[in-house]
Design a protein around this ligand. Structure first.
Ligand SMILES: Nc1ncnc2c1ncn2[C@@H]1O[C@H](COP(=O)(O)OP(=O)(O)OP(=O)(O)O)[C@@H](O)[C@H]1O
Length: 574
């Protein structure tokens, strides 16, 4: 019945399209965009390229028992297909191509015997293609290309099958007998043989000429070379993305990008003599350097360096200290940290061991009874907060959409790294002023681990970080600061209320984004991720790894859309 179909559709929308499907619940579902009904209920749901993102839960589409046609192609849907789709026993057309669905095509697909067209191309499906697809006796179209299906192609024998493609999977072996009439283009990019392809080895031995055996040697060489390259790439990726491990070479500042030889720094005059020196009073003690970073300066150099206050934060005052024109560090002078040196040193070591390209590297620390400070790489572009909200005048360079979503992804990866260190690990103070930006607009999360030095450590949970990160996403899209001059805006509530007022979604967006005609669908998708993260119930918030996956999906989706547009435009013909 229609009411049940309506609630199934709303559950579906809430899971994957809350922002992009402005269905008016006071109207009949049959009036909603993309929905078609007959007297029995909803028969067709067509939402191609609408910016749907996430995993389709069971208890949504599976409840649409009269569904004849389902098209969700060109979205950013991922994860396994909901198994209760098998309950849609009248389904004729199922188009799920160009998403990121994964998992095996479970036998339930084969149980939807009403299917006439099944398109699962361009996804991440894996496992073997089941022989049980033979149950789909009405099937006229089966597109499975560009997935990760492996094993041998089963001997599909579907009498009405006319349109078929399994190219660009990992299938091997012979083209089965009943499919030998299909064109070669149906089996491209795999090690299959026979039928429309090259004969299999047993069928007609390959004639090896001298040149082809030479080619064999060359191929072996290329294969070895490719393997070595693969190992090298893996090693580089491992070194780059590891969360814990050995320190790499110090890169204290990104202003000039040049490395300074030690001799160039020691004993030199201060770079900007006009600024006052850092001048923190210390008892005779040394800086403790962390990791393998080269010791480019000592305590004395640091204390004499020209310093400027960057700001006052929860844990103390932050300074920019310029030791040399291209050797700049950030010094965080900690207040209210009262713990024995050994415990302090252990905590700091744990922080510095957490290495990741999206965390601000901690390079050294100083501990005495009366003074404690930390030395970080200086991030020349300051914080995301200042880039978003600072200097909103004519001289301002607005942050464009592509940069914002890249920053969102990188910050998410930094937080994911922190959360990956233990099940209860958290940052404790995620906000846009703690996302710092390098000269190449790479985002780095700062202050990780500091909440564990502070005396009160309540409410430090990964779920609380996810909430704060959700607020940050809403801030990136709306351009509104959650706290400004002592005034606080409840951003999640503001977004929800604006949506409920139903005046369209445009007023949600940062005016700097709409002015440059930024892609609305992507902005809505990111808003949806932000709202998911700020769910009132902590158990309903996604884990950081899934937040990372969702933002990656939005970017893939956008890239695919761009490619499609280019394809449409076609080559320029003179
Ligand atoms: N490594 C750094 N490089 C560049 N700027 C930094 C660095 N660390 C901090 N800052 C800047 O210094 C200012 C003060 O930072 P701090 O982290 O102490 O306070 P906060 O972020 O405003 O508040 P909280 O302590 O609650 O996080 C901020 O504007 C921040 O962007």
């Amino acid at each position: 019945d229609l009411a049940a179909d309506g609630s199934a559709l709303i559950a579906f929308r809430n899971a994957v399209g809350r922002m992009v499907l402005p269905w008016n619940t006071s109207l009949s579902p049959c009036k909603w965009k993309g929905v078609v009904c007959s007297s029995n209920g909803v028969t067709s749901l067509r939402l191609p390229g609408r910016g749907l993102i996430g995993q389709i839960p069971t208890g949504t589409l599976g409840n649409l028992s009269n569904l004849r046609s389902l098209s969700l192609r060109r979205n950013a849907l991922f994860g396994p297909l909901p198994s209760d789709l098998a309950r849609c026993t009248h389904l004729h057309f199922l188009y799920l191509n160009q998403n990121r669905f994964s998992g095996q095509i479970l036998p339930f697909i084969s149980s939807i015997t009403s299917l006439i067209r099944l398109n699962l191309a361009d996804n991440n499906f894996s496992g073997e293609i089941p022989l049980s697809l033979n149950n789909l006796t009405h099937l006229n179209l089966l597109y499975l290309e560009s997935n990760h299906f492996s094993g041998e192609m089963p001997n599909l024998d579907i009498p009405k099958l006319e349109h078929f493609n399994v190219s660009f999977n990992r299938l091997k072996g012979p083209v089965p007998e009943k499919l030998r009439g299909m064109p070669a283009s149906a089996f491209l990019g795999m090690s299959m043989c026979g039928g429309p392809l090259q004969p299999c080895l047993g069928e007609a031995p390959l004639k090896l000429t001298n040149s082809s055996s030479l080619a064999g040697g060359a191929i072996a060489g290329i294969a070895l070379g490719a393997f070595a390259l693969f190992v090298l790439v893996l090693t580089v990726l491992f070194l780059f993305f590891r969360c814990k491990g050995k320190a790499d070479e110090a890169n204290f500042t990104e202003t000039a990008g040049a490395k300074l030889p030690e001799s160039a720094i020691k004993g030199k005059e201060m770079a900007a003599a006009s600024a006052p020196p850092l001048g923190i009073a210390v008892s005779k003690k040394q800086l403790v350097f962390l990791g393998n970073a080269p010791r480019l300066f000592d305590l004395e150099d640091l204390l004499r360096s020209s310093a400027e206050v960057l700001g006052k934060g929860t844990y103390g005052i932050a300074y920019k200290a310029a030791l040399e024109e291209s050797l700049v560090v950030a010094v965080k002078r900690l207040k209210n940290v009262k713990m024995p040196e050994k415990e302090f040193a252990e905590k700091i070591k744990a922080i510095s061991a957490m290495e990741h390209p999206n965390l601000v590297p901690l390079r050294a620390y100083y501990y005495s009874r009366e003074e404690k400070f930390l030395v970080y790489d200086y991030m020349p572009l300051g914080s995301l907060s200042s880039l978003l909200h600072g200097n909103r005048g004519s001289s301002r360079t607005p942050l464009k959409w592509e940069t914002r979503i890249k920053i969102a992804l990188e910050a998410a990866r930094g937080i994911e790294c922190i959360h990956s260190t233990s099940p209860s690990a958290s940052h404790g103070n995620i906000k846009s002023s703690n996302i710092l930006i390098t000269s190449s607009y790479r985002a780095r999360v700062s202050e990780h681990g500091l909440s564990h030095l502070a005396p009160s450590s309540q409410n430090l949970t990964p779920e609380a970080d996810v909430y704060s990160f959700g607020v940050l996403l809403l801030e990136l899209v709306t351009g509104k600061a959650p706290a400004h001059g002592g005034r606080f805006v409840n951003l999640p509530r503001w977004v929800e209320e604006t949506l409920i007022r139903g005046e369209g979604t445009r007023e949600l967006f940062d005016e700097e984004l709409t002015r440059f005609r930024s892609p609305e669908e992507e902005m809505l998708m990111l808003l949806q991720v932000g709202l998911d993260c700020t769910s009132q119930n902590p158990d309903h918030r996604p884990e950081m790894s899934s937040v990372v996956a969702k933002i990656e999906e939005i970017r893939h989706w956008a890239a695919r859309k761009k490619d499609k547009l280019k394809e449409k435009e076609g080559p320029v013909v003179f």
